[in-house]
Write a protein of this length. Structure first.
Length: 331
């Protein structure tokens, strides 16, 4: 079993964990995560010893229970709870997993995303296009949600520059940011051709899954840069079969060329400038990634892929309703 999933053999509090042992209560916190437990007066010394040992590390679970014998029966559950809140790390040098290169982690992340997408064979929206079920309103809805992501992209990418740890990484991010500027204009023109005004575009509120994708990317850019770099390819992948099916359905519904042509133009820009390679290029600069960080990145990528699948389902469901106006505007 993967040591990162089985729990640390020699647990230790993360460096950022703050532990306060007061009169009859201990409070353990790491950022927004926290827990507290009460103890009796005769258990106070054992609790203080357990907390001190976890701050130092290097002891097995059995050793921790033995050294705090008064609360030995409670130590396993406390360690389980601390681990559930991700307050612990492994301090046994023999159990710390081998590091991966950024390039290898990127390969594994790509395979993970491909496996997850492969389980559903074809995307829900792609199926609706090829089976002739996607309505005019759903096509416009797709473009509106796509527009929101694209117009938000520069603001989501920009903060990642603050965590760039080399000139090469900073240059890649700067070039990528510059290449994304103004892309929303392509989609704005497309949406105006089907009657969506500039004011409506500005007031449009994205679907929950669309907002979650943007929010996740922005948070990763600020708080977990490696997940940010690893996930960019998900937004930049070439999808020629999808674009062809989108064009065909637009023509079948008699929608103007001015609607679907800019969407193809935007996809062609991503392909022409190898935007999909941005994740690979950034990850190549990572020389060693520890096992726990690899697990966190993969978890974030899996959540992102699941959210993208949910986004297509939400687009079909929401924009498949009878709506008085297509943009989601609440006033």
């Amino acid at each position: 079993m993967d040591s990162t999933l089985a729990g640390p053999r020699q647990p230790k509090f993360r460096n950022q964990v703050r532990a306060i042992v007061g009169h009859g209560e201990a409070q353990i916190s790491l950022g927004a995560r926290s827990c507290a437990f009460e103890f009796s007066e005769h258990e106070a010394a054992a609790v203080s010893r357990l907390i001190a040992d976890l701050e130092t590390g290097g002891l097995t679970r059995h050793d921790l229970a033995s050294r705090s014998s008064v609360i030995a029966d409670k130590v396993p559950q406390l360690l389980h709870d601390f681990d559930e809140l991700r307050l612990l790390i492994e301090s046994d040098p023999q159990r710390i997993g081998h590091a991966l290169s950024g390039t290898q982690l990127y390969r594994e992340v790509r395979r993970l995303a491909d496996r997850m997408v492969g389980r559903i064979a074809t995307s829900a929206f792609h199926r609706a296009l090829t089976e002739g079920r996607a309505s005019r309103q759903q096509l416009i809805g797709y473009a509106l949600e796509y527009y929101w992501i694209v117009q938000s992209a520069p603001g989501l990418i920009g903060p990642a520059l603050g965590s760039a740890h080399s000139a090469a990484e900073r240059r890649l991010l700067q070039d990528f940011l510059k290449s994304e500027l103004g892309h929303d204009r392509f989609l704005a023109m497309a949406l105006k051709s089907v009657g969506v005004t500039t004011a409506e575009l500005e007031a449009h509120q994205p679907l929950p899954a669309t907002f979650a994708l943007g929010a996740s990317l922005g948070i990763y850019g600020r708080q977990h840069p490696l997940s940010f770099k690893a996930s960019l390819f998900l937004f930049e992948r070439a999808q020629p079969a999808f674009i062809d099916a989108f064009d065909d359905r637009c023509r079948a519904l008699g929608m103007p060329d001015a609607f679907h042509t800019p969407l193809r133009a935007h996809a062609n820009i991503n392909d022409e400038y190898d935007h999909e390679d941005i994740s690979r290029q950034l990850m190549e600069l990572e020389h060693a990634v520890d096992a726990e960080t690899c697990a966190v990145v993969k978890r974030h990528i899996a959540i992102m892929v699941e959210t993208m699948i949910q986004q297509e389902e939400q687009i079909l469901a929401y924009y498949g309703q009878e709506l008085t106006r297509v943009p989601r505007i609440f006033n």
